[in-house]
Design a protein around this ligand. Sequence first.
Ligand SMILES: Cc1ncc(COP(=O)(O)O)c(C=O)c1O
Length: 395
Amino acid sequence: METRAGDPGAFTRFDLGRVPSPCFVVDEAAVRRNLVVLRDVADRGGAKVLLALKAFSMWALADLVGQYLHGVCASGLWEARLAREHYHGELTTYAPAYRAQDLPEILKLSDTVIFNSPAQIARFAGLIAEARARGDSFEIGLRLNPEHSEALVAKYDPSAPGSRLGFPVSQLRPEHLQGVDGLHIHALCEQGFEPLRRLWDALEPRIGGLLGGLKWLNLGGGHHITRADYAREDLVAFLRQLTERHGLEVYLEPGEAIALDAGILVGEILDIFDNGPRVAITDISATCHMPDVLEAPYRPAMLHEPENGAPKTGVSVRLGGPSCLAGDIIGDYAFAPPPVPGTRIAFLDQAHYSMVKTTTFNGVPLPAIALWNSDTDVLRLVRAFDYRDFRDRLS
Ligand SMILES: Cc1ncc(COP(=O)(O)O)c(C=O)c1O
């Protein structure tokens, strides 16, 4: 899988020696630039934009997010709690299934709770009624599987055959929408505007007649709206048209787009030797710190790499992590001059879906988290982790 981001932005002038290693460094100014773009699209399109916490929940920036977006969306109880403790605005919660013991608190915290099937809404009708009787105020949504694939990789395609995500549109009947305020569709992944248009063109004839009784339509995430080549004017026109034609409030809930190209993961070369390719062990682990590198898989771009992978000048080095996993390999990278133990490196576009996914497998330390403002050059170490963070999750 190709990574579509990887613009170093202001990080080209960031001194990697300013932070401990390993360390995520997030550029607050870059996040703000993304938020400005999203707010502009929301305003001109007449839509609301929520941050998907699953992608980027560095709550040190919650106030900044709140200045621009209409709220956040959570994937379950813990993200919903985080949202209410730190973030601002509306809270929408969606999970593929809820546990009965979590749902009352989720209903209390959330403005909107989206269910994956009419069966769950029916099963939890008692809890929903009790929550309302207690005075909790929330709307109910249903996630639809549009049964139309646009995602390029099956693993990231919620519409793939046999998918567990969303109620298949082919099974939807008007009675399933009893007590439902809105529909939710999430079927894209790191995509431009055209896939969204195709998705809607395929879906609208199937559900258009049912939209009249609803208050809102949530078009999920996967929209790479802040990428330079995204057709934002087309999106604005599409959102306007949708709202006008169906009289609905339209929501988008991107995650990546908020933090796109806004953070790096800084690490250090620990050892280097020859084994056919030149191999280096780093204190960044693909499996512990950037699991999508192995899961997607993809090759993260490296800051200051003179050429991609196979250099005409300099050397190619296979970078891997300190864990026992033979496949804990980040990729082959060009260096000029050759790196030595102690050389600092950084992988680009690591603010989203990395920080939220880290583990301490093998007792590998968690990266610290730093906030940098590329406009003012102010740097703040937000969080450093130690042995106790590893120990206390194990017994
Ligand atoms: C339901 C839902 N909404 C929003 C998102 C955010 O998507 P992205 O970060 O790709 O914009 C996801 C990501 O998987 C999702 O599953």
